[in-house]
Design a binder for this molecule. Structure first.
Ligand SMILES: [Zn+2]
Length: 320
């Protein structure tokens, strides 16, 4: 199951105990995936459409618990798309009006507000209800990518008013949600790991939050290790290229003035370096006839380097 699927399963089973929160969640569910039908006799009905059984079940349960309404469910299988559609229907006019008024999806005159956006945020004044509202919206049309792959949380809205409303509610928790237009939908999204973790906490997906944080910790650790390895590799490369230069210098001295003309100390280092081109300075010091420390080795190698440079300059003078 996808990470989104796991979260929806976790959230599907939770029903808020407070009635105000239940209403806020139903409001989000209807706003995101519901529609209102008004017939020629001005009779209202609500239809909620989803392809997710968990969401269908949650709508059914919430409407029953909050409003004591028995909804009708119709199921349709699409063999070509290999999907199942669930329709939760509030058929009775009085019941539909009761739900729409409580969820503030219509105004006093019975007008549907901006394609089912909630009227002036009145039902989401309290933080508990804001959480419930985001939870409902996520269940209805949200998704989150597998944290192993990337950090991305989004809720797709049909109209700009809904997206901006949702964005504002998320912002009130300090979440920096953004809105983009994708094809004909307005997508509210968050791309930062820590903020997605906050969101999972806000919608009370605690099991998913733990899983998400575990992945984040491991990813962070992996990044730190990679950075360290890269850094060490860079240091090794530096050491190797220094050694290559030292060997070149020594070979140059050998082929010009001959190593036998060097002082004992310098000849010792020169011969040992030629024999052990990959040894570190410390190892080289230990390998000498009379062992010396790292800085001593460094000092002698630098002398050899300067000597080789001088010889090269003289050669240029001589031959040009
Ligand atoms: Zn509440």
């Amino acid at each position: 199951m996808s990470f989104s699927g796991e979260i929806k399963e976790e959230l599907g089973g939770q029903i808020s105990t407070a009635r105000h929160c239940q209403i806020a969640e139903i409001s989000a569910l209807i706003s995101m995936c519901g529609s209102v039908m008004i017939d020629s006799n001005n009779r209202y009905a609500i239809k909620i459409h989803t392809e997710n059984l968990i969401v269908a079940r949650k709508c059914f349960t919430l409407l029953e618990k909050t409003f004591n309404i028995r909804t009708e469910i119709s199921i349709r299988k699409n063999l070509i798309r290999q999907s199942v559609s669930y329709w939760i229907i509030v058929k009775k006019h009085e019941e539909a009006i009761k739900v729409l008024q409580a969820t503030k999806l219509i105004n006093k005159d019975g007008e549907v507000f901006e394609e089912l956006s909630i009227v002036k945020n009145v039902i989401v004044q309290q933080y508990c209800c804001k959480r419930a509202f985001i939870r409902g919206a996520f269940l209805a049309s949200g998704s989150i990518s597998d944290p192993e792959k990337s950090y991305h949380f989004e809720i797709v809205c049909a109209v700009r008013a809904k997206a901006e409303q949702l964005q504002k509610i998320m912002n009130s928790f300090g979440i920096d949600a953004k809105v983009i237009l994708r094809k004909k939908s307005y997508v509210v999204y968050v791309k930062e790991g820590a903020q997605i973790a906050d969101l999972l906490n806000i919608i009370e997906a605690h099991v998913a939050l733990m899983k998400f944080e575990n992945v984040r910790i491991i990813k962070d650790m992996r990044n730190t290790v990679n950075r360290k390895v890269n850094c060490e590799t860079a240091n090794i490369n530096k050491t190797v290229s220094a050694a290559v230069k030292q060997v070149e210098d020594i070979v140059y001295i050998r082929d010009t003035i001959g190593l036998e003309n060097l002082s004992d100390a310098l000849r010792d280092v020169a011969l040992t370096r030629l024999e052990y081109p990959e040894a570190t300075l410390k190892e080289l010091g230990d390998l000498l006839t009379t062992p010396i420390g790292k800085s001593g080795v460094n000092h002698r190698l630098r002398k050899l380097g300067e000597m080789a440079d001088k010889l090269r300059e003289n050669k240029e003078v001589r031959y040009d």
